[in-house]
Design a protein around this ligand. Structure first.
Ligand code: ADP
Ligand code: MG
Length: 300
């Protein structure tokens, strides 16, 4: 089982048509045909959208994405049109709402990895490959790769795992030209972001981008970028290959959910329980810390 523990009802806003409720974001269309993307405080773990929200998470992720879009602007255009609240939108959307170009999304999760962990590590341990790419012997959990690699995945519906696919499979699905463009752009953006993060004491282990085409056929970077929800950020000072690294993301949530304290069995059919306040607070603090370290700007 997976999905939403409690699926939220979309807000009705005059002038906006509700399109979709994603795991974290709610999508609307305005009268100009633009996409209005509202980042909620929802958090997902183990393929579940949890019943507990993390206060300020939507604002942190929105502000961090905007900061990164600026850092990347010379490499790839992004989908942001405006951060102004659409007329009639509730004040609580302030700071977590982006008016964006509505794109024809490319159905590929564009993952770049500079370090080995997660699903990449699992595949490597079986076959010494990641997404079919051969890697050297002797790598372990947290090892830096000889060079960053493009390891695409197919996007799953809410509640399903994304599935790693080979580059050749992506080229078959979307065409060789678009696949090459995605690979090149993904790795270039990763390289830039990795260097910026490294200067701030953070390892960008891997990250996921989504791209789309605008009406003129330009490749545009969309969704959120380089947030703790879409990336693995590790404190560089604690990096030590050979085991799981501490990270600036949902670690507290995952650790608590899988601990006896939660009373939840991941493999059961049961939805996960509400998070205790101390886990909410610790998780919120991690998201804020990541924002402050990366941008060098105090949250409030
Ligand atoms: N500019 C855009 N145009 C169209 N769709 C977009 C754009 N930017 C992001 N999206 C889509 O909006 C959704 C964001 O909501 P999210 O909660 O992250 O969804 P998901 O559950 O798929 O991760 C994703 O499905 C993403 O592909
Ligand atoms: Mg998403």
């Amino acid at each position: 089982m997976s999905g939403f523990v409690e699926k939220p009802e979309p807000l009705q806003v005059p002038g906006l048509v509700h399109l979709h409720t994603g795991k974290v974001r709610d999508l609307y269309q305005n009268e100009a045909g633009q996409l209005v993307m509202v980042a909620s405080d929802r958090i997902s773990a183990y393929d579940w959208v949890l019943p507990t929200e993390i206060p300020d998470k939507g604002r942190v992720l929105t502000r961090l994405s905007l900061w990164w879009f600026d850092q990347l602007a010379d490499l790839v255009p992004n989908h942001v049109i405006s951060t102004e609240l659409p007329p009639g939108a509730p004040a609580e959307w302030e700071g977590r709402t982006l008016v964006c170009t509505s794109l024809r999304m490319i159905p590929v999760e564009c993952v770049a990895r500079g370090y080995l962990t997660g699903s990449g590590l699992a595949e490597y341990e079986q076959t010494r490959t990641v997404c079919g790419l051969a890697l050297p012997e002797g790598l372990t959990d947290g090892s830096e790769l000889p060079a960053p690699i493009f390891t695409p995945a197919t996007k799953a519906a809410v509640g399903d795992h994304d599935e790693n696919v080979s580059y050749e499979e992506v080229a078959r699905q979307i065409g060789a030209e678009t696949a090459a463009l995605l690979r090149q752009t993904t790795v270039a953006v990763y390289d830039r972001a990795r260097d910026i993060a490294r200067d701030r004491g953070i390892i960008l282990a891997d990250t996921k981008f989504e791209f789309g085409f605008d009406a003129d056929g330009n490749l545009i970077i969309a969704d959120e970028v380089l947030t703790p929800d879409s990336s693995r950020f590790w404190p560089a000072a604690d990096w030590e290959p050979g085991h799981a690294q501490p990270s600036y993301d949902k670690q507290y949530v995952r650790d608590w959910l899988t601990s006896p304290a939660s009373g939840w069995d991941r493999r059961s059919e049961q939805p996960p329980p509400a998070l205790p306040q101390e886990i909410v607070d610790a998780t919120r603090a991690k998201y804020l810390e990541a924002y402050e370290l990366l941008t060098g700007v105090r949250w409030a």
